[in-house]
Design a binder for this molecule. Structure first.
Ligand code: MBD
Ligand code: FE
Length: 288
């Protein structure tokens, strides 16, 4: 036994929620991007959301006790820092669907709360930062970035994923800062080869407010195992996606509703115990 803290013992909803909330504020200036939104649109969106809430209350005769429980729960979501988790799990998938509806190239999926920019640059062929003896089946992934017309693209893949215990670096304690986070840049041939390990299925924190809703509603908290990517190339729309593994019991009932058939991988076992796979990305030219 070592005395090093294991994330499993010390990970908490409040700690990962606080990190995700802090990360969101550090990366984005969300109000700047919508500062020219006309009041008519704000009025319409706010009114229709409130109308839907009112209709639900009337339809189901929501009581004062239920209203007060909701009020307390919403306050707690903020205190736990779980707004990024709540929104990305239960809302973002529809925003992503609307935003990428026009694309001819690769299907996308939600970003989720655990992206961190500026991960270590590893070239076109490289191994993800990981601990010595990192647990999990080694994965060797050959791929290419092309445009919708088939032309290879010099671009960049940012990859981040959970470890074999389902923990993300920078959001669970005890992990090296950039563990299983890396950036890969392709040359003009668009080709890359990434070595990493298979992540575990991910259970969203059960000890915070999102977990409380899940338990109270009798839902489960699982996302299937997944790799997160952001793929970009000059003159092309950048792609945010997740890739999934066949046979995962939660591919069909992802709590975040973020699985699409086009995002399924096909890893093949190799004699040395690792797995090999290919997955190609197709990006849409800007303004196409
Ligand atoms: C995750 O790892 C994730 O990808 C999403 C969308 C929500 C919670 C945790
Ligand atoms: Fe994830």
């Amino acid at each position: 036994m070592t005395t090093m803290e294991s994330p499993a013992e010390h990970a908490s909803a409040a700690a990962s929620g606080a990190s995700a909330t802090e990360r969101f504020h550090a990366d984005k200036s969300p109000f700047e991007a919508v500062k020219d939104t006309p009041p008519e649109r704000v009025d319409m969106l706010a009114r229709e959301v409130l109308d839907a809430v009112h209709a639900t209350i009337r339809k189901h005769k929501v009581s004062y006790d239920e209203y007060n429980a909701l009020k307390a729960w919403l306050i707690n979501v903020g205190q736990d820092g779980e707004w990024p988790l709540f929104l990305d799990v239960w809302v973002e998938h529809v925003v992503e669907e609307v935003a990428t509806d026009h694309r001819q190239g690769n299907k996308g999926s939600i970003e989720g709360p655990y992206y961190v920019p500026d991960s270590p640059e590893l070239g076109a062929v490289g191994t993800m930062p990981m601990r010595e003896n990192e647990a999990g089946t080694p994965l060797v992934w050959d791929g290419r970035i092309t445009s919708t017309d088939g032309k290879p693209l010099a671009g960049k893949i940012e990859l981040w994923h959970a470890d074999a215990d389902g923990f993300y670096s920078q959001f669970a304690p005890g992990l090296p800062e950039w563990n299983l986070r890396g950036s890969f840049s392709t040359g003009a041939d668009g080709n890359f080869q990434i070595t990493t390990i298979r992540p575990a299925p991910y259970q969203i924190p059960t000890d915070g407010s999102c977990g409380k809703l899940i338990a109270a509603a009798g839902w489960h908290a699982w996302r299937p195992a997944h790799l997160h990517v952001k793929v970009s190339a000059p003159g092309h729309e950048s792609l945010t996606a997740q890739l999934y593994f066949p046979g995962d019991p939660h591919n069909a009932d992802d709590i975040a509703s973020a699985v699409k058939p086009e995002l399924m991988l096909d890893p093949q076992p190799r004699p040395d115990g690792s797995e090999a796979m290919t997955y190609y990305f197709v990006l849409d030219p800007v303004g196409a």
